[in-house]
Design a protein around this ligand. Sequence first.
Ligand code: NA7
Length: 533
Amino acid sequence: MTLPEHDLVVVGAGFAGLYTTIHAERRGLRVLGLEAGSEVGGTWYWNRYPGARCDVESIDYSYSFDDELQREWRWSERYATQPEILRYLNHVADRFDARRHYRFDERVASADWDERSHLWKVRTESGFTTTARWLVMATGCLSRPILPDIPGRDSFTGEVLQTSAWPDGQIDFTGRRVAVIGTGSSGVQAIPIIADTASEVTVYQRSANYSVPAFNRVLDDEEWLRQQEDLTHRRELSWNGAAGSPWTSHPVPYAEASDAEREEVFEESWTRGGVLFAKAFQGLTVDHEINEAARTFFERKLAERVNDPQVRADLTPTDHAVGTKRICTDTHYYETFNLPHVELVNLRRDPIVEVTGSGIRTESGLREHDVIVYATGFDAMTGALTAIDIRGRDGRSIREEWRGFPQTYLGVALPGFPNLLVLNGPGTPSVLSNMALTSEQQGAYALRLIDHCSAEQLTSAEARQDAAEAWTQHGLDLADATLFGDAPSWYTGANIEGKARGFLPYIGGFRAYIDRADAVAEEGYRGFVLSRA
Ligand code: NA7
């Protein structure tokens, strides 16, 4: 039997990849990590734009697998900045000596399954090749950036920046005329900080998003100690919750709450900050009436934050229900539009015609800029995998198959692609949950399957077609019962022209997902075909 060079290759050194590499080594597996970046960090390595910050609280957005680790790392703010999360992931890599397993600056170009030997042959863009029994894709959900196809885009002679591939080091915007295209979380976080020093900021907005203040604060010793005392309980709630965090909705259903109680609950959820606003009442993203109440509350808040009625109207979302696109978590975003040097261009009324050498022309005319910042998002959930030429059994290609909606079993396994384990793939809670914990769960689940196969002297595990179809349909049915499907979001592939539409993450909740996935394992991997070379 041909022996592989490695038991497993892990692609990616973000939260999921690092977890898996560290734990594979602990089990005595021969593991190789491949990472396109020059360092660990994943999302937090690439997205270095000003203001980049996690929208899950720092105490929750960190690994739970090692008690000493979670107690020794002292977060400085309620919501951690990108540099702090990157320092944290570097600390984790040092502490568990994880870097020695990785080859950095290695972007995987292709992977081919060899049916005879039950091995994956992996090749990187630099020409490095290796073989492994298992191929674990920890390639991230938002890691394949997109640039809009605007006529003349490359003719601009000023500086061009992209939030998702930001150069290392500070960019000085002082006295410069800056254009920002895109008002998702990245644009919303970057715009106020750019506006602090730029002489002019023009924000080109295609769709308005809901944004709720972060109410970020420095974690003083008192709050930190309180969090530490409560940590075990807090983690328990997170692992048993729907979104991997300790927060839950108000216990009284909306229908049974008085007007005063409703107002109080919305206010309290608002001041919790950011994405947590969508948790105000159970069913807020399912029931039109509750959602409308949340929308009304939001619009009142917006009126307090934006002075100009036309700008306010332009900043009011019109194409989706509250929470059905990820709510942005901001610091002074809307207030930035009260500044005299900040202009909002509503592209629905005044579309971009072209980018020129000196600026951006919309139907109303040319605005000159020194810098253009693209904050235009990602080919989410599938883009990182379809970017690689992955060939499974009988030459089946993920790139080809995922021209249609991706069929996965538990989001982790794909029919036709034995021993390929996707972490946080389409069909997992991933982006709807706290990615630090979902990454642990996914890494542990992959390793559990690998352990099972080793113990049984099996060399291959492949999802059955019918199991994948049933899982995928189950996910789509759950999403259909909510308001999410109507929103033109990256959750549904709507931000990419020609991408198959359908709700990509698993919306049934983190705990429910874990229970289902564990039941599959406990029943001897029902829905998988396990075999020996
Ligand atoms: P998002 O949330 O996908 O935002 C991308 C933004 O770019 C969004 O406002 C888009 O408008 C806009 N966009 C995309 N293409 C264009 C063109 N051609 N013209 C104008 N505007 C465009 O990405 P982010 O990086 O901000 O955030 C990603 C996630 O990271 C976020 O959800 C959090 O989970 C963390 P659209 O709404 O499509 O009309």
